[in-house]
Design a protein around this ligand. Structure first.
Ligand code: T4K
Length: 410
């Protein structure tokens, strides 16, 4: 018995929670469930931290994690920070960016906020419909006399059009930096992400491929820039009692670094699990009308941290209707990065018409759906998620009618 039965004489009810069936999952399944590496190794490191009573301020684990990240990315300098947002803010400030910087609007809001926080205007360029990353042609159109830089985002771990952006930045004398929050462990043209532009910033937030609870890293081959970032991240201290620069507190703690090291120890297994999940989704969703999965380049390294699906018109249900179906089944799919940063404050008040210049961003914001993956999700879960999607699509008119009915409820 449902608490809100389908009206009589309506379309036949499919077996979905929206119609009163038991949800497909009794526990909720999340996008961004943290990957947890080797628990014992992590706890051993925590014990060591407690024994040594060295909790933060560039302890052994921070130094070791910086070394490991520099090694993995093949970049000379790694500066760990408390999160990627602060990492971006430090980098933008260290490079003395000002005026306008070109960014995508299809990104997490932190990319634009990091600029605006320093009173730099983020100017939104459109994205490529296939990669969801900055469209270089749109970037070129957005350059003005006030532009000082380009901040690309390797969304979903897919590299930006790095070569074309590098060419544009060089020809216009602009700084080029990357928000690589999603792209640790990914490569472009055989080189690891981290090595491009003047510097790149990774996120190690709990929801990321490798997490340090909260955390991030700035990586660069520019030694002078790294030195400056190190000072800025630690109040400008150069040794005891000697402050030589304006700084803030952007440090990572030892326990966070210990978590990062334990996750990096298990990095290959995390990638293997993510890749397996990605392939399972590919098989299960293949042939479902209107459902397209974002592809990765097989010749490059990828962390497969995000399973990104577009729900096209042919699906018979909108992305938002499908989300309602999934949430009722306790599958907490997400519509990242809806509605687009240009439609969030303070940007939407300042540039109310920005969307007119961002047709691809506007369309992709309506279509994209992220499905749960990571080491908390197994093959059976994916088959069940596929069943839910297939059932919903094959009963699209009834599902749509049911959603309207539920939403009309007084
Ligand atoms: N640039 C880009 C392109 C980014 O995507 C991000 C962060 C940044 C920059 C900034 O990096 P950080 O400064 O954060 O290092 C989440 C994350 O908070 C955010 O870090 C991330 N991007 C973004 C894509 O996702 P929300 O608002 O979606 O978080 P929330 O609380 O809804 O969590 C997401 C899902 O993860 C939920 O369904 C629950 C699950 N979850 C989350 C946490 C924290 C867990 O299962 N366990 C957990 O501990 O932003």
């Amino acid at each position: 018995m449902t608490d809100n039965p389908q009206p009589r004489g309506e379309l036949a009810a499919p077996k979905l929670a929206l119609f009163g069936a038991l949800p497909a999952f009794s526990d909720t399944l999340h996008v961004g469930r943290p990957n947890i590496g080797d628990r014992e190794r992590f706890l051993a490191r925590v014990n060591d931290i407690l024994d040594r009573r060295w909790l933060t301020n560039r302890g052994n684990y921070v130094i070791e994690l910086e070394r490991r990240i520099a090694e993995i990315t093949g970049v000379r300098n790694c500066v760990l920070v408390c999160n990627a947002t602060v990492g971006l803010e430090l980098l933008i400030r260290a490079l003395s960016l000002r005026g306008e910087v070109i960014v995508p609007a299809f990104t997490f809001v932190a990319t634009a906020h990091a600029l605006q926080w320093q009173e730099i205007t983020p100017v939104f360029a459109d994205i490529d419909p296939d990669t969801h990353c900055l469209d270089p042609a749109s970037v070129e159109r957005m350059i003005t006399a006030k532009t000082t830089g380009i901040l690309g985002v390797h969304l979903w771990g897919r590299p930006c059009a790095i070569d074309r952006l590098t060419g544009i930045a060089a020809s216009k004398n602009l700084e080029l930096i990357f928000d690589a929050a999603h792209a640790f462990g990914c490569s472009h043209a055989g080189r690891m992400i981290g090595a491009f532009g003047r510097a790149e910033v990774f996120s190690f937030h709990a929801t990321k491929f490798i997490n340090t609870f909260e955390g991030g890293a700035i990586v660069t081959n520019d030694d002078a820039l790294a030195e400056k970032l190190r000072l800025m991240q630690n109040f400008g201290f150069s040794g005891y009692d000697n402050v030589i620069y304006l700084g803030t507190n952007g440090k990572m703690s030892e326990v966070c670094a210990a978590m990062g090291l334990s996750n990096i120890d298990g990095m290959d297994e995390i990638v293997a699990r993510n890749r397996g999940n990605y392939q399972s989704y590919q098989h299960r969703l293949a042939g479902l009308r209107g459902i397209t999965m974002l592809k990765h380049d097989d010749t490059e390294r990828c962390n497969f941290q995000y399973v990104v699906v577009e729900v096209g018109d042919e699906a018979g249900l909108t992305r938002d209707e499908l989300i309602e179906v999934l949430h009722a089944e306790n599958i907490i799919a997400r519509r990242y990065f809806f509605p687009g940063v240009h439609r969030m404050e303070p940007y939407r008040s300042r540039f109310p018409d920005a969307g007119r210049l961002l047709p691809v961003t506007e369309r992709i914001c309506r279509l994209v759906l992220l499905l749960p993956t990571g080491n908390a999700v197994c093959n059976d879960d994916i088959l069940r998620i596929g069943d839910v999607i297939e059932t919903a699509l094959s009963h699209a008119p009834a599902v749509r009618q049911r959603i309207r009915h539920l939403n009309d409820k007084p």
